[in-house]
Design a protein around this ligand. Structure first.
Ligand SMILES: Cc1cc2nc3c(=O)[nH]c(=O)nc-3n(C[C@H](O)[C@H](O)[C@H](O)COP(=O)(O)O)c2cc1C
Length: 192
C-alpha cells in the first residue's frame, strides 16, 4: 500500500484555545517519520450544524452538504490522532457533534490521543474511547497526556511542550503503536 495517511484532529474551536500547541508539537514529531503522512484537521474549518438528520449515519447517508464533505474528508484517512481537550470531564461538544456525522468512514480504523487538562485530559480520552468503539474504531491504549504542570508551564511560564522530553517519549510510543495498528487494519480492510 502507499503510505498510510493519519489525520490529526483539533477538537476545540474557541478563541485562544490551547489545542493549537499540542497539534503543532505532535505534527512536528510525526513529520520526521517515514512510515506515514500526517495532516492537521481543524474543526474550526469544518463547522457543522447540530446533527438533525433523519437517521444515524450507521443506517443512511448524511444529507447535509457540509456533513457529506466532512465524511469524505475523514474517509481519506487510515488512522487518527485526536488532540483531546477536556470539557466537563468529557470531550468538547463540537467534537461529539462532528463524530455524530460519521460511521462508515471510521469503521475499523485506529485512533490515538494527545490530551491535556487537569489530569492530562485522561477523563475525556476515556469517554472518547467509548464513543469511538460505537463507530467501530480501534481506540489505542498508548496516549500522550499533557498534565497540569506542563500545561501551566506552557501557558504561564513561556515554555513549550518540547521542553518536556518525557512527552516526546510518550509520543514515540504512541506513534509506533498507531502505525502498527494502521498498517494491520488497512491490510485487513483491503483483504475484505
Ligand atoms: C467548558 C470548559 C470545561 C472545562 N472542563 C474541564 C474539566 O472537566 N477538566 C479539566 O481538566 N479541564 C477542564 N477545562 C479546562 C481545560 O482543560 C482548558 O481550558 C483547556 O485549555 C481547554 O482546551 P482548549 O484551550 O483547547 O479549548 C474546561 C474548560 C472549558 C472551556
Amino acid at each position: 500500500m502507499s503510505l498510510p495517511k493519519i489525520g490529526i484532529i483539533i477538537s476545540s474551536t474557541r478563541e485562544g484555545r490551547f489545542g493549537d500547541r499540542p497539534a503543532a508539537w505532535i505534527a512536528e514529531i510525526a513529520a520526521a517519520r517515514r512510515d506515514a503522512t500526517f495532516e492537521i484537521v481543524d474543526l474550526r474549518d469544518h463547522p457543522l450544524p447540530f446533527y438533525d438528520e433523519a437517521a444515524s449515519p450507521a443506517y443512511g447517508a448524511v444529507g447535509n452538504p457540509a456533513g457529506q464533505h466532512w465524511g469524505e474528508l475523514m474517509a481519506g484517512f487510515d488512522g487518527f490522532i485526536f488532540i483531546t481537550a477536556e470539557y466537563n470531564h468529557s470531550i468538547t461538544g463540537v467534537l461529539k457533534n462532528a463524530l455524530d456525522y460519521l460511521y462508515p468512514q471510521m469503521n475499523r480504523k485506529p485512533a490515538a490521543f494527545v490530551s491535556y487538562g487537569g489530569v492530562g485530559g485522561a477523563r475525556a480520552v476515556e469517554q472518547l474511547r467509548l464513543i469511538l468503539v460505537e463507530l467501530q474504531m480501534a481506540p489505542l491504549r498508548n496516549a500522550v497526556h499533557i498534565g497540569m504542570s506542563e500545561y501551566l508551564g506552557v501557558v504561564t511560564e513561556g515554555k513549550s511542550i518540547a521542553d518536556y522530553p518525557y512527552l516526546a517519549e510518550s509520543a514515540r510510543v504512541m506513534l509506533d503503536d498507531l502505525l502498527w495498528w494502521t498498517r494491520a487494519l488497512a491490510d485487513a480492510r483491503s483483504a475484505g
